[in-house]
Design a protein. Sequence first.
Length: 125
Amino acid sequence: MAGGSIGDALMSSLASVMTGNRMTALQNTMLAILIIAVFYYMRKKDLLPRLTLHGAVPSAIVGIVLGFFSSFLGIGGGPVNVALIVFAFGYSMKAATACSLAAILSSQAAKLFSAVMRGDLTTTI
């Protein structure tokens, strides 16, 4: 949820100082880079090393990163989340998918909560 809140706050801040086209270009560029990285990693994952992180701190850091990208880019994050979870924790695709769904739920709940607190549900829904 922290990552979702950070991503939503950054998106709101940047949207207030950037034109719509520049903001869209920034988001699309970041999304393209992420998708290319995920594509490359998933094709070569058997040849690339995996981390096997354990514990609350690494889990929190990965969760914040996932929530940030999910909320800032306005995506569910599925392939990005799964690839990062497989890489960071060495999980199977099935376990990573379950973790991805939990991360998506948390980041979107944070985004909805932020919108309710701002009184701005029309742009969120």
